[in-house]
Design a protein around this ligand. Sequence first.
Ligand code: NAI
Ligand code: 15L
Length: 267
Amino acid sequence: MTHISHQRILLTGAAGGLGKALRSRLKANCQVLRLSDREAMDPAQAGEEVVQADLADAQAVSQMVAGCQAIVHLGGVSVEAPWEPILQANIVGLYNLYEAARVHGVKRVVFASSNHVMGYYKQNEVVDALTPPRPDGLYGLSKAFGEDLARLYFDRDGIETACVRIGSSFPEPKDRRMLATWMSYDDLHRLVTACLTTPVLGHSIIYGTSDNSTCWYDNRLAKHVGYRPQDSSDVFRDAIHTRTPEPDLTDPAVIYQGGGFVKTRFN
Ligand code: NAI
Ligand code: 15L
């Protein structure tokens, strides 16, 4: 049972895949859910506000943050891409968001980081919150920057952030790699709720997956967040093994945790 923890929560990236999945679920966490994206969104329902804004526009970001007590930040470039859009959305955009949070007194942020901060670790390694980042591209690098930016705003301004290194959050795992990285939408909501409600969050790094038997992530340093996944990729395992070929162990996409991202580049 989710309880209302904040009067108004801002959800960025609301037109995206995870934004749509959280839109209905996060309404239980607040009186008013403010939805924002650069793209058009469905009209506001009861208990919702819709604000179309580009993260790179500092003034628009300030207006969209004003009046909110917490931010769930999903907006931005979500895959490997050329530098310029990543720079505008994930670097400049994140700076604008934290500046607005500071100015308007927002004290808690849930930041959608990514497993791609750690993509150059191997699939036979286990990483935790203290393992040094090894981004697998410009996208992962921008998320590593975001985690450090959040740390500055915690140390200097007291804004608490959960940097959630989301694995692969889709309706179902799509391939063998996602048996390790998958997180259901309901577990994503459980994790975001835990980040919004744990009494003391600080600057925390937590891996976002369901309770999968194959796992490359150790969340023992984030136990204070109180996240308990209830779903698992295990129920999809047999079907995925049946419909996908044996992995080529010399393929970088099979060697590294980042999968195909390690083979995608624009520079
Ligand atoms: P998505 O690409 O479907 O959604 C991202 C949204 O951000 C889009 O609606 C897009 O219009 C918006 N956006 C992009 N640039 C913007 C800008 N400059 N200003 C305002 N809005 C902008 O991605 P998805 O899958 O929903 O992911 C949400 C977040 O979670 C992203 O930050 C992504 O990096 C992160 N994430 C997602 C994972 C997943 O498995 N879905 C895994 C790891 C991280
Ligand atoms: C991500 O960071 C992406 O946003 C998402 O689209 C997936 O590709 C995911 O990582 C993944 O690694 O499967």
